[in-house]
Design a binder for this molecule. Structure first.
Ligand SMILES: [Zn+2]
Ligand SMILES: [Zn+2]
Length: 322
């Protein structure tokens, strides 16, 4: 059964997130929350919205079905892995997305008035339009922002999400955010960065680049043992910001002909199982090739049936794109 149509209709913005669109349209129709919308869609939670709701959402808000189709995050189980497609991009690890845990740029909400899809990505911790750090906790009540709130532009405590002072973002997080934005075609003017580590990302799929940054930056230090499930856990914006900084520093060292001593140290820092997995099941040949080169040439590690064996460390560093 089709839902009742709302009075104020509208289309999503090209780079708007699905949840942000639903909450924004509920607000434009003075609904003070999602309850009525979810009732109409037969859902208990906004997190349940998926491709089965596509036509209903378009009808409910009088929106262009093709524009809504683009917003929907699709999921499939492939070989035991839950693969998602968001804005036409394949994401092979669920923990690279954070669609259920909103974060925001106060200046974007103030200027544009909608939630942008890059904020749904775990490794996006900065707004590369405004050069500001993204937030995930309300500065007034300190609670994590939730989709279950009365207005897109305010926290559940009532505090404005627009009138919040912004902190300038760091170079590494801005570079990662800019790279992800460019892949989502959210900003065609994005200028590719010039840092040496960024050239490693050239030619990789969005999924491959994110997995590489994750593998390089996840471990805090050589003593940090990544436990089962830890790599899959949803990280906070701050944890991801620090991971981006570590990844930039470590990949920079790898890209600039690491010495044998440096390489030994980097082997203790990079999360090798994640890099090995990328070399084996990366979404594209370029993703798998770079991960393999990085393991074998960059780090002097040979993947052998899931175990690592040290090999000659005098090999020339010949990473594609460097
Ligand atoms: Zn912004
Ligand atoms: Zn609050």
């Amino acid at each position: 059964m089709m839902p009742t149509r709302v009075l104020v209709s509208g289309d999503p913005f090209p780079d708007e997130s699905l949840h942000g669109f639903v909450l924004r349209m509920a607000g434009r129709n003075r609904m003070a929350g999602l309850k009525w919308v979810l009732d109409q869609l037969g859902r208990r939670s906004i997190a349940q919205l998926g491709e089965a709701d596509e036509s209903k959402i378009a009808y409910l808000f009088g929106a262009d079905p093709h524009a809504v189709e683009r917003l929907i995050v699709r999921g499939r189980w492939i070989d035991g892995m839950q693969v998602h497609w968001i804005h036409g991009q394949e994401v092979t690890r669920p923990y690279l997305l954070r669609t259920a845990r909103p974060q925001w740029c106060p200046r974007c909400l103030a200027e544009f008035g909608y939630a942008r899809v890059p904020w749904d990505f775990q490794l996006v911790t900065a707004c590369h339009i405004h050069g500001a750090k993204l937030l995930e906790r309300c500065p007034s009540c300190s609670r994590p922002l939730r989709w279950q709130r009365r207005s897109l532009l305010a926290c559940t405590c009532g505090a404005s999400l627009q009138n919040v002072s912004c902190t300038p973002a760091g170079d590494a997080e801005l570079a990662v955010a800019g790279w992800i934005n460019a892949h989502l075609a959210c900003d065609s003017t994005n200028d590719p960065g010039t840092a040496s580590w960024q050239s490693l990302l050239e030619g990789l799929s969005l999924d491959g680049g994110m997995r590489l940054v994750y593998a390089a930056g996840l471990r805090r230090d050589a003593g940090h043992r990544v436990g089962p499930g830890e790599a899959r856990a949803g990280l906070t914006t701050l944890e991801c910001r620090l991971a981006c900084e570590r990844a930039a520093e470590r990949l920079g060292r790898l890209a600039s002909m690491a010495s044998d001593e440096d390489r030994t140290h980097l082997r203790q820092l990079v999360h090798l199982p994640a890099l090995l997995a990328l070399s084996q099941d990366g979404a594209t040949a370029a993703d798998r090739q770079l991960a393999r080169s990085m393991l074998e040439v960059g780090l002097g590690v040979a993947p052998t049936h899931g175990r690592f064996a040290s090999r000659s460390q005098s090999a020339q560093l010949a990473l594609p794109g460097v």
